[in-house]
Design a protein around this ligand. Sequence first.
Ligand code: GLU
Length: 510
Amino acid sequence: MSKKVRVRFAPSPTGGLHVGGVRTVLYNYLFAKKLGGQFIVRVEDTDQSRYVPGAEEYIFDCLRWCGLEPDESVQHGGPYGPYRQSERKTLYREYAAQLVAAGHAYYAFDTTAELEQMREKFRSTENPSPQYDHHLRLKMRNSLTLPAEEINKLLAAKTPHVIRIMMPVGKTVSFQDMIRGEVCFDTSLVDDKVLLKADGMPTYHLAVVVDDYLMKITHAFRGEEWLPSAPVHLLLWQYLFGWEEMPQWAHFPLLLGPSGKLSKRDGAKYGFPVFAMNWQDPKTGETTEGFREKGFLPSAFINLLALLGWNDGSEKEIFSKGELIASFDMARVHSSGAKFDYEKAKWFNHEWIKRTSASELLPLVSNTFGKANLQVTNVALLEQVITLVKDRCTLLTDFIEQGSFFFKRPTQIDTGSILPKWSVEKSTFFDQLIHYYQQTNSWTAAALEKICKELAQTHQLKTGELLLPLRIMLVGGKFGPGVFDIACLLGKDETLERLAQAKRLILQGV
Ligand code: GLU
């Protein structure tokens, strides 16, 4: 019987969640859901020096916003907890000790100063940054070089020490990456990584292997920046649990920005978000804008991320979450880096705004208006406005320009765009238009258009020349949906008041 699929996302709470990180979550999630498996989030907080307060909460908030809820996690609980590595601290030491006993790892007592000296002493042009590896391990103070008696004494006196893996010399280790095929490493080229630190905390290398085993992870997917660590993890799997227990691995390619690897700096430079949501660095107080605040829909965000490095083999680009789950295939994830293109990201959002119903958009638009200090009480009107303007909106924030004038009379009228072409004839025309609009009992866009066109004919004016001033008089500028649709939704009283008020302003400017 095949094992139940269990995948994990294992973030370190060291900052905000970058688009690349969310894409890793997404591919994990899609893979698990397609196969009826479970998606686990494990917080890897063993490096306390890099811990950033608030980052863990932020990561879970991002996942919630994206609709990628874990099945098991610090916040969701589950049978394999605790899901925060710092709370599992005591269980790692026994595995490290087991490795020492089997001769695959050793105690190292070198102080920071001694390590520094070693780097100084062995630095050369061929070897500019000497590593603690098979060349040097026998020149250092560790359980390979010290007599047994002294080792026992040092351990009994609780002398600070770390446990390092002893990388074999001249061996090749390999694995089958689900995206890249066979990947091989020469173990001689890898240093003796620390597995357990002096404070008793495991490093990432030991903790990731132990936890993937204990949490019964069947597939481990992560960014390709972790490939260089793979030989260490492969050996740990072999030494501790045996190859058969090892999950299948895939390493996702980098997301590329205009200048190579997509970075926070690219966002600042080119004006696009790199985080899922706003991230405020608690140390610097600096805020980096996120996709949520820019006005993206979660549906569009996950759609665009899915396509950054994967496709279903056809030209299809728009996928709902359900369609992504149904079509996702790890074998179709590209092995080379995907380029992030902000214009394309906006295209996805525009498509999703068009496809999303006004009632679903309602709370999001209402929230966007709220942030712009516009409280909408007439929800029915807002829904009509959304229906009318959504095809013109690329980002949720565009609803402000396209729709806020329905709820707030414009404080400024762009008379500058009207006055150069203003004439006595136009003035008379608008007086009469106001009059006819006052008289009419049928307040529909079609009826209002008919009145306007017939009146224009009577006055021998071109309708084209009248629509722009009419629009500006109603909304303040050159934006918004069809002008008669606007008048229809504004209602008779409001339309007439706006026309009269704008007319006064124009006359003052003539
Ligand atoms: N804690 C690692 C990170 O921050 C996880 C890498 C992995 O998934 O193995 O990315």
